[in-house]
Design a protein around this ligand. Structure first.
Ligand code: SF4
Ligand code: SF4
Length: 344
C-alpha cells in the first residue's frame, strides 16, 4: 500500500474546471475519445472528452516519451557558426492524466532502459523530467488484461504522482508526491473526504487487487522461458511479423536511426522499430542473427520475461493486454505463458 499520502475529493461535475485550472500552469495530456477507434493520449482542452474509465480501450501513452519519429541531430555543412544542432525536447511541465497502473509500470520499464547507468538518453530524460503522472484505479478489467499475473498493480500506483478513484458522483484524488499535492491545491473544488468516501476508495483498490490470475502468475522467474522448446515454432507459425504487438506495447522501446537530407541539411532521426521485423537485426554485410520467425517471437517474449529481469530486476510486460487485443492473427501471449507454466 501507499505510505504518506493525501486524499481529497472532488465532485465529477467539477473535474473539467479542475483540469482547466491545471492548464494555466501545465500542458495537460490524457486519453481523449476518438470518433472511431480507441482513445488516444493527446492534449486536453475544455472541449475534449477525456476517457477516465479504465474499461475503455486506449492507445499507450509512450508517444509523449518516445515520439514515433524524432530528430536527434541536424548537420549543416554550409553554416558558419553552428554546423551541428541538437534539438533537445522542451523541458516544459506536462501532466499525463488517465494512466492506468499498468501504464505507470510501463513507464518504469522505459525509465530503466533510457535512464539507468551512465549513458542516459537526453531526449527521453528531458521529457520525463517535466512529466507529472496522474492515473486511475481500474474499476473493471478488460477481457485482455492480466496485470495481476505479472505483478502487483496496487504497488505500481506508487509510481504515480496522484491517483484518482471513481466513487460514483465524486472522485477521490490521492497525492503520492509533493508534485501530486500541488495539483490538489490548484482548486477550491477539492475537499476532505468523509470516512464513507475513504471506505469506498479502499473497496475499489481491493477490487483491483483481486483481479483473477492466470496459471503462470507467480512462476515468472527469469529462467521461466526456455531457449529451446516446441512453443517457439508452434506459436511463430501464426505470426505474420507485422509488429503491431510491439508498436502498441507501452513498454516496448526499440528504434532505428537513419540519416535523411532535408533541404540543405542532413537530419539524423530515430523512429520506432520492432524486433518482429525480419530486417530488424540484419547487418550491413547481410548477416542476420535472427533469420527465422521463431527466433524473433522468442526474442520478444524472452526480452520481457527473462532479459529485463536479469538486467533491471523488472518484468518488461505489464499485462495491459494491448498486444492480445490487437494482434491480427490472435497470437495471445497469455496462452504461450500458460502453456509453459502447465507443461512443467
Ligand atoms: S501482432 Fe501478432 S502477427 Fe503481428 S508481429 Fe505481433 S505476434 Fe506477430
Ligand atoms: S500485454 Fe502485450 S502490449 Fe501489454 S505490456 Fe505485455 S507485451 Fe506489451
Amino acid at each position: 500500500m501507499i505510505g504518506d499520502t493525501v486524499d481529497k475529493v472532488i465532485s465529477k461535475d467539477k473535474l473539467i474546471q479542475w483540469i482547466d485550472s491545471l492548464r494555466q500552469t501545465y500542458e495537460v495530456v490524457g486519453p481523449v475519445k476518438a470518433a472511431d477507434g480507441p482513445a488516444a493520449f493527446t492534449d486536453v482542452d475544455s472541449h475534449s472528452e477525456i476517457v477516465l474509465n479504465n474499461a475503455a480501450w486506449t492507445l499507450p501513452p509512450k508517444d509523449y516519451l518516445l515520439p514515433r519519429t524524432e530528430t536527434l541531430v541536424v548537420y549543416n555543412e554550409k553554416s558558419e557558426d553552428e554546423q551541428i544542432r541538437v534539438p533537445l525536447a522542451e523541458d516544459k511541465p506536462r501532466i499525463m492524466m488517465g494512466l492506468r497502473a499498468c501504464d505507470a509500470r510501463a513507464i518504469a520499464v522505459l525509465d530503466h532502459v533510457y535512464l539507468d547507468g551512465e549513458l542516459k538518453d537526453p531526449y527521453y530524460a528531458a521529457r520525463r523530467k517535466g512529466m507529472i503522472m496522474v492515473g486511475n484505479v481500474c474499476e473493471d478489467a478488460r477481457w485482455s488484461c492480466f496485470c495481476t499475473s505479472v505483478g502487483d498493480p496496487i504497488e505500481w500506483l506508487n509510481d504515480l504522482d496522484a491517483v484518482t478513484t471513481d466513487i460514483g458522483d465524486s472522485v477521490v484524488v490521492t497525492a503520492n508526491t509533493p508534485a501530486g499535492e500541488r495539483l490538489l491545491s490548484d482548486t477550491s473544488d477539492m475537499s476532505d473526504p468523509s470516512d464513507e468516501q475513504i471506505n469506498q476508495k479502499t473497496a475499489a483498490w481491493s477490487k483491483m487487487a483481486a483481479l483473477p490470475k492466470r496459471p503462470f502468475a507467480d512462476k515468472l522467474a527469469a529462467d521461466f522461458l526456455a531457449w529451446d522448446g516446441p512453443i517457439w515454432e508452434k506459436y511463430s507459425r501464426k505470426c505474420i511479423g507485422c509488429g503491431i504487438c510491439s508498436y502498441l506495447c507501452p513498454s516496448c522501446s526499440c528504434f532505428d536511426i537513419q540519416d535523411e537530407r532535408v533541404g540543405g541539411e542532413i537530419e539524423r532521426f530515430r523512429c520506432r522499430d520492432t524486433c518482429q521485423s525480419c530486417y530488424f537485426t540484419r547487418m550491413g554485410a547481410g548477416h542476420d542473427p535472427r533469420p527465422e520467425k521463431k527466433m524473433r517471437v522468442r526474442q520478444r517474449l524472452s526480452h520481457k520475461f527473462k532479459y529485463q529481469q536479469q538486467q533491471f530486476n523488472i518484468i518488461g510486460c505489464t499485462g495491459c493486454g494491448r498486444c492480445v487485443e490487437l494482434c491480427p492473427v490472435n497470437l495471445d501471449i497469455r496462452l504461450v505463458l500458460s502453456e509453459v507454466a502447465t507443461s512443467e
